[in-house]
Design a protein. Structure first.
Length: 306
């Protein structure tokens, strides 16, 4: 053991926050290999490869290692991310150099691995390299927090996000598929500091986010309302919604399909997939002296029968 190697140095990223994705080059390198897998039918080999699977787990971060896999001078392996953060081997405490473990990399390429979201329900098994691409799009991957008012980096499954919206963002929650929501703002001239609101509706066993916000569309200030679905795109498409705003015998109506919260709030807004109200119309609907925005947005969500 070398001197000064009695402790880890630096900090290790926690496992739950890092959904890092490997660079494309790794995917490309894998493609000729996938053919072999199909020909040889390696699915049979999966169970007997448990020992190799364990070898592929980095002893520091516990994640599956991808090339370049590193090793200490005594042959203990670890992932390259962790190798950058610690100076000594986590097993034998020998000082780490920059030694690559090509043999394990080659063995790894012949493996099939379960998706890392297996614990939350994904049953799929993938060739070593193809697994990363799948995990980027796995339907069991965590959702980002749908709250739009500030940068929020919380992610998790829907029940977790519901609890988070309630306790950390103090979001309004309602039960039911019809609603009548009033938006009041005392200074409607001010759209620079994006005004937004999020309300969550609970119906049909799912949750829907009603977004309302003011922003500049080009140079024109507008208000926009739209609904996002707390779930994946496939389930979102089973629903339809309408939004209505009006007064004095005029009415604007929007009918749409809720967008999955996989699509970011800004993406949905920028695609204008919702009810858009020009400011002069909004002020007209507000009545009064145009000093105050007072909009009543009514809506309904329903399930399309297949
Ligand atoms: Zn590691
Ligand atoms: Zn070692
Ligand atoms: Zn998966
Ligand atoms: Zn949040």
């Amino acid at each position: 053991m070398s001197p000064g190697c009695s402790a880890y140095e630096g900090t290790i990223e926690s496992q739950s926050t890092d959904y890092g994705i490997a660079p494309d080059s790794i995917e490309l390198r894998a493609s000729p290999h996938r053919k072999n897998l199909t020909i040889n039918g390696t699915k049979r080999g999966v169970a007997s490869n448990t020992a190799v699977h364990e070898l592929l787990e980095c002893p520091v971060c516990m994640k599956v290692m991808y090339p370049p896999i590193q090793q200490c001078p005594n042959g203990h392996t670890l992932c390259s991310k962790c190798q950058l953060k610690i100076r000594c081997c986590p097993i034998c405490r020998h000082e780490l150099g920059n030694i690559r473990c090509l043999a394990l990399e080659r063995v790894a390429e012949s493996l099939e691995l379960p998706c890392k979201y297996q614990v939350v329900g994904c049953q799929d098994i993938f060739p070593y390299h193809g697994r990363l691409r799948h995990e980027q799009n796995c339907r069991f991957r965590p959702y980002n927090c749908p709250y739009a008012g500030a940068e929020c980096h919380v992610s998790g499954d829907i029940p977790f996000l519901m609890a988070h919206l309630k306790s950390d963002h103090k979001v309004d929650m309602h039960d039911g598929s019809t609603f009548n929501h009033r938006y009041v703002k005392s200074n409607p001239q001010d759209v620079e500091n994006a005004t937004w609101m999020l309300t969550v509706f609970n119906c049909y066993g799912y949750q829907f986010c009603l977004h309302f916000e003011a922003f500049n569309l080009g140079t024109a200030p507008v208000y926009m309302a739209f609904i996002r679905f707390m779930g994946d795109d496939h389930d979102a498409r089973k629903f339809t919604y309408t939004l209505e705003v009006g007064a004095h015998g005029r009415k604007l109506t929007w009918q749409g399909i809720p967008r999955s919260i996989r699509d970011s709030h800004t993406k949905v807004r920028d695609s204008m997939d919702g009810l858009i109200i020009q400011r002069n119309i909004a002020l007209f609907f507000s009545g009064g002296n145009k000093q105050e925005l007072k909009l009543k947005v009514a809506g309904r969500i329903w399930k399309e029968e297949a």
